[in-house]
Design a protein around this ligand. Structure first.
Ligand code: AP5
Ligand code: ZN
Length: 231
């Protein structure tokens, strides 16, 4: 059995949190973690985009806020995540991507983790520089069919404009327009960045060099998670 398969049988039994600015690679790495350890990937951004696509009441409330690059109000996010964490597939641990994003969300998550019998989370803080974030977001393309994420510059599909897995059309995210990206970065600095100190002070945060290529970042992240996983 190769080591990747052996590792896949290890249980995480923790909440893993990816923290970092837009374009840092949270979604990319969270998807890889979910696959490797067989735990669900909980992306609040993906959940909201799904509501927008289905034109639900929640989607209609979130859409204009997301289009401006601002944060959706805490009570909406919390209701959605609370329901998701309570589902049985989260009992063996899960990976959070894009949540928590405010101090109120982090405090609510602490209460939720305690209520569900989880210990301290592991927070993976992806660090990247701003020029890199802008370039990654400008180059991001997402498959309309399966949601796979590519990058025109750093991680292009084999056939331009088409998903490698299912040939689906690759599209840009509406909030990746430059003016919206600026607002998303501002929202991050004002509302989310303080969480770095919140978690660092509690000794649960690890800085990860997010400037490296995707494989190299995964290598760092897997090594950290392997350390807390149990056979
Ligand atoms: P959300 O979907 O969470 O967006 P975000 O935080 O801005 O993060 P991104 O998805 O843009 O970036 P990422 O770090 O996941 O990067 P990715 O891996 O895709 O939120 C969207 C909106 O929803 C928010 O603005 C807000 O309105 C609302 N929302 C969501 N959650 C909320 C909450 N909790 N509270 C309130 N509102 C909320 O990578 C980006 C690109 O770079 C890709 O093309 C990828 O291929 C490439 N790439 C990744 N890693 C590397 C690498 N190492 N090297 C080279 N390229 C790379
Ligand atoms: Zn696809």
């Amino acid at each position: 059995m190769d080591s990747a398969v052996a590792m896949a049988r290890m249980a995480v039994q923790r909440a893993l949190i990816f923290l970092g600015p837009p374009g840092a690679g949270k979604g990319t790495q969270a998807r890889r973690i979910a696959e490797r350890y067989g735990i669900p990937h909980l992306s609040t951004g993906d959940m909201f985009r799904d509501h927008v696509r289905r034109d639900t009441e929640l989607g209609r409330r979130a859409r204009p806020i997301m289009e401006r690059g601002e944060l959706v109000p805490d009570e909406i996010v919390l209701g959605m995540i609370e329901e998701r964490i309570a589902r049985p597939d989260c009992r063996q641990g899960f990976v959070l991507d894009g949540f928590p994003r405010t101090l109120a969300q982090a405090e609510a998550l602490d209460r939720l983790l305690e209520a569900h019998g989880f210990g301290r989370p592991l927070v993976l803080h992806l660090v990247a520089d701003e020029a890199q974030l802008l370039r990654r977001l400008a180059g991001r393309r997402t498959c309309k069919l399966c949601g796979a994420v590519y990058n025109m510059y750093d991680h292009p599909p084999k056939v331009p404009g088409r998903c490698d897995d299912d040939g689906g059309e690759l599209v840009e995210r509406p909030d990746d327009r430059e003016d919206v990206v600026r607002q998303r970065l501002t929202s991050y600095h004002h509302q989310t960045r303080p969480l770095v100190e919140y978690y660092r002070a509690r000794g649960v945060l690890v800085d990860v060099d997010g400037t490296a290529d995707i494989e190299a970042v995964s290598h760092q992240v897997f090594a950290l998670v392997d350390r807390i996983a149990v056979p």
